[in-house]
Each structure stands twice: as structure tokens, then as C-alpha cells.
Design a protein around this ligand. Structure first.
Ligand SMILES: [Zn+2]
Length: 346
């Protein structure tokens, strides 16, 4: 058989083949080591007349290469069109392993803690179930004070034992300020602490309110602590937190346990103070409440109010997170939608 005849036979057989099985049979038929037709042709070269051997050998090799190439292409096409069930598809994009992260609120809390720890503050924690004395009375909020109103506070129906407690009702703490009292009851000045934790209020659950949120309380007490120390400390904090030289302002405010009291505002990062929806067109963002510790608080814990002065502040973690990430609905932080969490991760 001539090289040309064999090539025509292969082309005809190739056109008839469609599945991977057809192509495998075709490969065996033409290139098989024992019975293959091209193999037979190559073997026949030895018995051909000497003057034809060279041309026959070249033709047979070229045909072998042509069949090999054609089969390789068709086999790949057939495999792509109908891969076997257990086939390894090397064209499939790899699955990216998803890296877990800490929750955005945790990250913001740790960021605040890191800044104050770098300034020499100690981090302390305390009970979320609190008694009336630590949450209100020792903080200069006597029985008839409006802040103790049932609208705001979640009282427990039966008293629960709390550390150093036992005075009247127990409740879910409405702020972390009770940690000021708990710490001062057991430590003499100088005091330099922050106390992060969850707090609870009887509030609605909407874009700007949640019945539970996170605060970081701060307290500094020593001889000669002044309002200048308060302003310097909180300005340093604001610059470190927002990683920028931000303008700040202290607005007069009122808290029963500080005198004087103030709210710290920072210039809105969204509009650089020009006014935008994030800052309600004021150009300023409220960041925390603060003030000089009220002498009545020192009296409640047995500190000498003539000798010691101090300042306290309370930072809302959710509020900071809203500003930092430019989020306009606080509920996003609690729904744990992975699309949101991945987007705002630091
Ligand atoms: Zn703004």
C-alpha cells in the first residue's frame, strides 16, 4: 500500500470519528505498535527495492507525524466537548481560599485600645450585669435622676449577684462608666485606665439605634490633672485614630458625673468640613463625650477631691465605625452579611 492511499484511508476514518472512543480506536488502527497500519508500512520499508526505501521512509514518517498531530488535536476537542465524569478539568479556575477576619467592630475597638495602651493606659473589663450603685448612684445620679428613667434602662426582674454589689436593683449596664467606680474602689491614684465593653439601653433597632452597643470608658486621676490634659489626650487620640491631622472642637455638654462636661467633635472626613449628608451638613462629627471627674464621684469611692483631679471619657465604637467606614446604617454591623463584612474589613 502506498503512503498516499494510507493517508486517504486515515482522512476518511478521521472524518467518520466523533467520540473519544472512536479516536482511540483510530489511533490503535493506524499507530498501534503491533497491528497499526502505519507501523506495518514502516516495517515494509526493509523489504522494498533499495532505490525506493529513502522516499518510502520519508513519506511514512511524514504520514506518521501528520496522523499523530491530527489525532492529538481531535482528542483534545472530543475531551472538552464530553469530558468523562471523573475527569480533572485543568482549565477550571481555582477556588480562592477565603481568609477569615475579625469583625469590623472588634477591629475598631482594638484600634482604640492600641492608641491608649501606647499612651500608658491599662485595659480593664467588668460585668455587663451591674447594680444600681455602680451604674448610677456612685456616678452622681441619685434616685430621681432622669437618666435612670425606665425608658432607657433594662432592669432585671430579680436581683442577680454582681461583684461588690448588693445595693438595690440589678440591671444591664447602660454605659461603661460604672467601671470608673469599680476600679477606683480597689485602687489608689494615679489611675489611667480604659474599659471596653457592651452596654444596653431600651432603644429601638433602626438605622441609628441599637439596644446594645459598645463603649470604651476612659479614666485618668492624679494630682494636678487639668482640662488641658483632657484636651491634649483626646486630640492625640483623634489624630491617631483618623490617621490625619484632624480639626477638633470641644462643645459644652452635660453629664452628671463630670463637671465641666463636653462633647468632642472632629472635622467631617467625608467633606473636610464643608458639609455633607454624613455630617448632616454641619461639617462636624460627634465622636465622644468627656469631662472632668465630678467631686461627688471621688467622694463616692473615698478619694480626696481636694487632692486629686481627673478626667473621664466615653467612646462609642459603633459610632466611630460608622464614621471610619462611611456606613449609614448601624444594623449592617450586626447582620453579618459576608458581602458587607468583606467590604469594610481593614
Ligand atoms: Zn461632612
Amino acid at each position: 500500500m502506498s503512503v498516499e492511499d494510507l493517508q486517504q484511508q486515515f482522512v476518511a476514518a478521521m472524518n467518520a470519528a466523533s467520540t473519544s472512543a472512536d479516536l482511540k480506536a483510530l489511533r490503535d488502527d493506524f499507530l498501534g505498535r503491533k497491528q497499526g497500519r502505519v507501523t506495518a508500512l514502516v516495517k515494509s520499508i526493509a523489504s522494498a527495492p533499495p532505490d525506493e526505501r529513502r522516499a518510502l521512509g520519508a513519506g511514512a514518517n511524514a504520514l506518521k507525524q501528520l496522523i499523530e498531530n491530527a489525532l492529538t488535536v481531535r482528542e483534545a476537542e472530543a475531551l472538552a466537548a464530553a469530558p468523562p465524569k471523573d475527569a480533572l478539568d485543568v482549565t477550571l479556575p481555582a477556588r480562592q481560599p477565603w481568609m477569615g477576619r475579625r469583625h469590623p467592630l472588634t477591629q475598631v475597638q482594638e484600634r482604640v485600645e492600641d492608641i491608649f495602651m501606647a499612651m500608658g493606659y491599662q485595659v480593664i473589663e467588668g460585668p455587663e450585669i451591674e447594680d444600681d450603685w455602680h451604674n448610677f448612684e456612685a456616678l452622681n445620679m441619685p434616685a430621681e435622676h432622669p437618666a435612670r428613667d425606665m425608658q432607657d434602662t433594662l432592669y432585671l426582674s430579680s436581683p442577680v449577684p454582681v461583684p461588690d454589689g448588693g445595693r438595690a436593683a440589678t440591671l444591664l449596664r447602660t454605659h461603661t462608666s460604672g467601671m470608673q467606680i469599680r476600679y477606683m474602689e480597689h485602687h489608689e491614684p494615679p489611675v489611667r485606665i480604659i474599659a471596653p465593653g457592651r452596654v444596653y439601653r431600651r432603644d429601638s433597632f433602626d438605622a441609628t439605634h441599637t439596644p446594645m452597643f459598645t463603649q470604651i470608658e476612659g479614666l485618668v486621676v492624679d494630682e494636678g490633672i487639668s482640662l488641658g490634659d483632657l484636651k491634649g489626650t483626646l486630640n492625640t487620640f483623634a489624630e491617631a485614630f483618623f490617621e490625619a491631622r484632624v480639626a477638633t472642637r470641644f462643645r459644652p455638654s452635660f453629664f452628671p458625673y463630670t463637671e465641666p462636661s463636653a462633647e468632642l467633635d472632629v472635622e467631617c472626613q467625608g467633606c473636610s468640613g464643608r458639609g455633607c449628608p454624613l455630617c448632616k451638613q454641619t461639617g462636624w462629627i460627634e465622636v465622644l463625650g468627656c469631662g472632668m471627674v465630678h467631686p461627688a464621684v471621688f467622694e463616692a469611692v473615698g478619694y480626696d477631691a481636694n487632692r486629686y483631679t481627673g478626667f473621664a471619657f466615653g467612646v462609642g465604637i459603633e459610632r466611630l465605625a460608622l464614621r471610619l467606614y462611611g456606613v449609614d446604617d448601624i444594623r449592617m454591623f450586626y447582620e453579618n452579611d459576608l458581602r458587607f463584612l468583606q467590604q469594610v474589613a481593614l
